[in-house]
Design a protein around this ligand. Sequence first.
Ligand SMILES: Cc1cc2nc3c(=O)[nH]c(=O)nc-3n(C[C@H](O)[C@H](O)[C@H](O)COP(=O)(O)OP(=O)(O)OC[C@H]3O[C@@H](n4cnc5c(N)ncnc54)[C@H](O)[C@@H]3O)c2cc1C
Length: 444
Amino acid sequence: MNSLWLENINFPKLQKLDKNLSTDVCIIGGGITGITLGYKLKKENIPFVLIEKDRVSSKSSGHTTAKITSQHGLIYNYLEKAYSLNFAKDYLHANQDAIEDIYNIITNENIDCDFERNDSYVFTNDNNKIDNIKNEYDTLQKLDFNAQLLDRVDLPLKSVCAIKFPNQAKFNPTKYILALINTFKDNIYEDTCAINISKNGNGFIIETKNGSNITCKKLVIATKYPIKDIPGFYFTKLYQETSYVIAITANTNIDGMYINCDTPKISLRSTNYNNENVILIGGENHRTGEKVNILNKYDNLENIASSLFNDYKILFKWNTEDTISLDKIPYIGKFSSLYKNCYVATGFNKWGMTSSNIAANILFDNIIEKKNKYTYLFNSTRFNIIKNRKAFSELIKESIKGLVTNKQKVKIQDYNNLENGNGIIIKENEKLVGVFKDNLRKNI
Ligand SMILES: Cc1cc2nc3c(=O)[nH]c(=O)nc-3n(C[C@H](O)[C@H](O)[C@H](O)COP(=O)(O)OP(=O)(O)OC[C@H]3O[C@@H](n4cnc5c(N)ncnc54)[C@H](O)[C@@H]3O)c2cc1C
């Protein structure tokens, strides 16, 4: 099912690439990252094209919950311990700057996208997690950030501690993206999938599935998970996680944007749909490729809805993926030290609204060869030795788990014993095919 953001919007059908062309910059990927960068290149009249294999905003950026916040779960105490207080400070400022940059774009372009300032909360109902929240608060105090430590959140569920980030924001992501693409429609090619990238002197040739090639001086891979794996070795430092969302109407509203630091994960925010107040409930994450019962995932979210509200109606259900970086920091910048003039933005850890804006600014500065003070935080060729031994050993464990899960992803299975509500990959006429069995079917 579509998300509510995609249901109520008319994206123009854009041209498909049907001829070879040559340009300064080629962006691969029409999500919020590629689109924000395209908007910035257009403003400076830098020649570029953006290619999208499907329709713009049809993947994660059209299925997000679109909280615009520097509160990325509990991250600042981890950054202080694993890197340094200064690193945590710059990460905070990069994300706070991104909120303001999005606000400025919306104001300058006069975009009607339901942008609203909203407080953001991380909470727990587990007494053992209270210290984690207090440590986060301590780090934020050292950073002079006006976070607030609370005993509970104002929601009809149990909570024993919380931390509030005031004056964060939320918006309708597809209305925002539509306004940006309207500023550079002629530079975009939809239904145009990049299938191969090769070096061409200091630049690149991108082959597309349509048979046309693009020759460019600089290349940006904004495909959420990098499509060219070697020599970047991103598969050793990233994995994909699927999450689920239901959109409900309810008899009461919630004020604020919430996420817990417990398992299972619960994420909440409100929005407006057809003049009705709607609440988005997200969670039920798992590594993409793991065998799960999708219907159970939605049932579990519905159980949360029924525990929070007496009377509710489900309007939409959807799921989507995001890329998770093992060391919790996005990869933004040079694709690899072997690939001069090729850039990447990935590993947003489900905080892609601010991260995509940071990425667009850093990559724009890379392209025009200007220094950006936040580049070092997201260095995509990094192999940082994390100072904190516990965090480092967890990173190694996750890396090994990621490699194993990646292998499982392409395991070919037999569908005879497939249970209802499950999916697998099979081989059909020498092709890999995904199969899903819904809850009505007895046989395939
Ligand atoms: C359930 C959920 C909720 C979330 N909620 C929030 C939130 O509240 N706040 C927040 O900050 N973040 C949130 N996120 C994260 C955020 O949505 C993502 O990080 C962000 O949308 C990623 O944007 P992107 O442009 O990098 O990727 P995408 O939007 O996935 O765009 C990448 C594009 O590249 C295209 N592409 C791929 N391969 C090729 C190819 N070979 N050739 C051409 N095109 C190609 C794809 O079709 C796609 O359109 C959430 C994520 C999930 C899963």
